[in-house]
Design a protein around this ligand. Structure first.
Ligand code: DP6
Length: 315
């Protein structure tokens, strides 16, 4: 066989990975916690070819969005494949084909799902080609994080915890949430999350960021265990504003939130203030707003969708 294919889901961080203590190995300054988005996936196909180098092209399937990766993105992807080949001691070459079923580069963590899918696919191909055993999931996750940190969390469902070099699944009381991302803008963002990791260290607010994130993480895990949804909402709300404050207070400030992001956030805030209940809300390094609902909040989800009818809701 000379072709392998694998898919992996995106994930949304409720406690964010922001800032690296070792950029070469994508070691985070603080632990992070994510919910895996099983409806938003990337698929990667690897074809073994008698070429002198690896190359990338878009994967053509009926249910994926054909957005070409820019050259830098392609190179990063191929560098990760080279790293995996080196890990297995394999010297042949592949055509890498990939696609997402959602718009990439829009703060919907497409690097997480695409690097996880590439790692998963390459582990299968390379284990077979080198007659080695398939690495355990924890090892695959660790390898994946070397390519893009957040991708390591996409190997676990529904919750993933990344602490230092360990990435594990977590069993929390909320096992199945309804995820919607309000797409206020689907174009590529000006500052990639990899660039953001480097820039935030120049913010004066960064000094205590690891402590704040770690304390919030402990409290959030307790809330998600004890089903304290309002407190979980508050912690996650504080957490994404904490990260966005780092962006806006960097020595050269930058930011992702648009007037449309603010419209969405105000709608959610109003609902919480009026009803004492609502979705958990978070925003990554992009303008789009992620909402997580408990299964019994279907009616509320529809109500919010109606109030935000001018935007596309994916999930
Ligand atoms: C804001 O994993 O994209 O989404 O390791 O450089 O590839 P690299 O960064 P990346 O950073 C994600 C940052 C975030 C928060 C998060 O997902 O935890």
């Amino acid at each position: 066989m000379s072709k392998w294919i694998a898919s992996a889901p995106a994930n949304i961080a409720l406690i964010k990975y922001m800032g690296k203590r070792d950029a070469a190995r994508n070691l985070a300054c603080n632990p992070s916690l994510s919910y895996t988005l099983s409806n938003l996936t990337s698929t990667v196909e690897l074809e073994l070819v008698p070429h002198l180098e690896d190359s990338w092209e878009p994967l053509q399937t009926p249910d994926t969005i054909k957005l070409p990766l820019n050259l830098a993105g392609q190179q990063r992807f191929l560098n990760h494949l080279a790293r995996l080949k080196q890990h297995f001691g394999f010297q042949g070459h592949f055509i890498v084909r990939s696609a997402n079923n959602f718009p990439h580069n829009a703060g919907i963590a497409s690097s997480a799902s695409s690097f996880a899918a590439l790692t998963r696919c390459a582990c299968q191909a390379l284990a077979e080609l080198t007659s080695r055993s398939l690495p355990f999931i924890t090892e695959q996750a660790r390898l994946s994080a070397l390519g893009s940190g957040s991708s390591g969390r996409s190997f676990f469902q529904p919750w993933a915890l990344w602490q230092d070099e360990n990435i594990t699944g977590l069993d929390l009381a909320y096992k199945e949430l309804l995820h919607k991302v309000v797409v206020v803008q689907a174009e590529a963002k000006a500052v990639s999350s990899s660039e953001a990791h480097a820039k935030v260290s120049s913010s004066l607010l960064f000094a205590n960021r690891p402590e704040r994130a770690t304390q919030r993480l402990e409290k959030l895990i307790a809330c998600l265990q004890n089903q304290d949804w309002p407190q979980a909402f508050e912690l996650v709300w504080q957490e994404f504003w904490d990260m966005h404050a780092l962006f806006e207070t960097a020595s050269v400030p930058f930011g992702y939130l648009t007037a449309e992001s603010m419209t969405v956030l105000r709608v959610v805030r109003d609902i919480w203030q009026r009803e004492g209940d609502g979705p958990i809300v978070t925003v990554d390094a992009g303008p789009n707003v992620h909402l997580l609902f408990r299964p019994e909040q279907q009616a509320m989800q529809q109500q919010i969708a109606q109030r935000l009818h001018q935007f596309t809701l994916l999930g």
